[in-house]
Design a protein around this ligand. Sequence first.
Ligand code: C5P
Length: 244
Amino acid sequence: MSLSYSEAAGKLMVALDYSSAEQAKTLIRELEGIPCYMKVGMQLFYAAGADFVKELKASGYKVFLDLKLHDIPNTVKGGANSITRLGVDMFNVHAAGGKSMMASAMEGVLEALDNHSAARPLLIGVTQLTSTDQETMNREIGIPGSVESAVLSYASLTKEAGLDGVVASPLEVPAIKAHCGKDFITVTPGIRPAGSSRGDQSRTLTPAEAVRSGTDYMVIGRPITGAAVPREAAEQIIGEMMEA
Ligand code: C5P
């Protein structure tokens, strides 16, 4: 399977991990014309808020709002309702919040749309963070066994709750697809082009390896935002994805 430029770029979600709208806009200008997704996480959202998200949507970008909701079901339902009203294309909740919390998030989405589900955002469950290794998971978080088995059990739970897919490491994609079906969406951070620093990520693959794993979307932050010339870094990643 080889990808066209726009197919490859459409799988790329650039993590706008900045502390102000101005900094994020500088990167967005540098990447202008690349048909990628923009990912707004907690750092930028808590600084620049809903107005920034609406502006991104108005400029035509697909937006993944990565706020990883995790609270009691009723609160998450309300949060999901408010997020849906922002018009984002994808957002997420922690699978560790349980099935009823995840199902409530979907109720909040549908409520915001008056049950017109056609244009609803994709709702994704976060499994184990890609910065977590097995020792941390076993000893600190208290989940026994391998990371892959924990991820698969979270993925099944997410599917049972009626969500669209999961965030996981690209290493876990083949097992997730085998377990939950190929249409169950995988969003994978923990991508590191050959030669770039892993930073705090533990479970990583290169962009080409991630494409071969069958992932639907890959979230990439620092290898682009921290590059000397971000546009070149993004184009190189897209090129690598096309050749995979
Ligand atoms: O800079 P880097 O490429 O590591 O950025 C990865 C992005 O993906 C960050 O914005 C991080 O918050 C996000 N993310 C993650 N692991 C998850 C979910 C989201 O790394 N499980």
